[in-house]
Write a protein that binds this ligand. Sequence first.
Ligand code: FES
Length: 186
Amino acid sequence: MTDPTLPQEPTRRNTLMWLTGAMGVAASAAVGVPLAAYLTGAIRRHPEDWVPIGKVDDFPLHETRLYTFENPTHEPWDGDAGKSGAYIRALGNGEFWVFAMNCAHLGCPVTWVPAAGLFMCPCHGGVYYENGDHASGPPPRGLYKMPWRITNGVLEVQAPHLPTLQDTLEKPSTMVKLPMAPRDVT
Ligand code: FES
């Protein structure tokens, strides 16, 4: 009979139990840590930055043009992938149309075709009118309207990330009214 007051020799059974427990903790951490990081990353919001695009007076009236800029969330190693863009049209009297360049279907960059007065998506044939409304093809809605403001005569756009159907950039507090622009008569 062993004396309980003496230090016990680790038995094979105890050692296996400890090993099993340690392996369980390691396996849980291997799965749980990345999962927690993913979930918190999905929930965490990037700060919303205002990106200066150009002086208000430098935008040609009634011409839709693509303006590119570095996405505020870009990393130094992103290269061109860290760039984003907006189609901007000056309407006069300090009014603008500002659209994210990403198609509302799966995010491909759309192209403005002035001769047709349409935005075309090369990926699946989505088409939008000049005011960003959906014209045809698979996109479930019009182009994403980017919040914008004018600070000291400079047009700034709010560009935190790629817009999606779940997060459209269109915050109620900064929703932009989009009147129809007078058409150029040539
Ligand atoms: Fe534009 Fe599909 S991504 S139509």
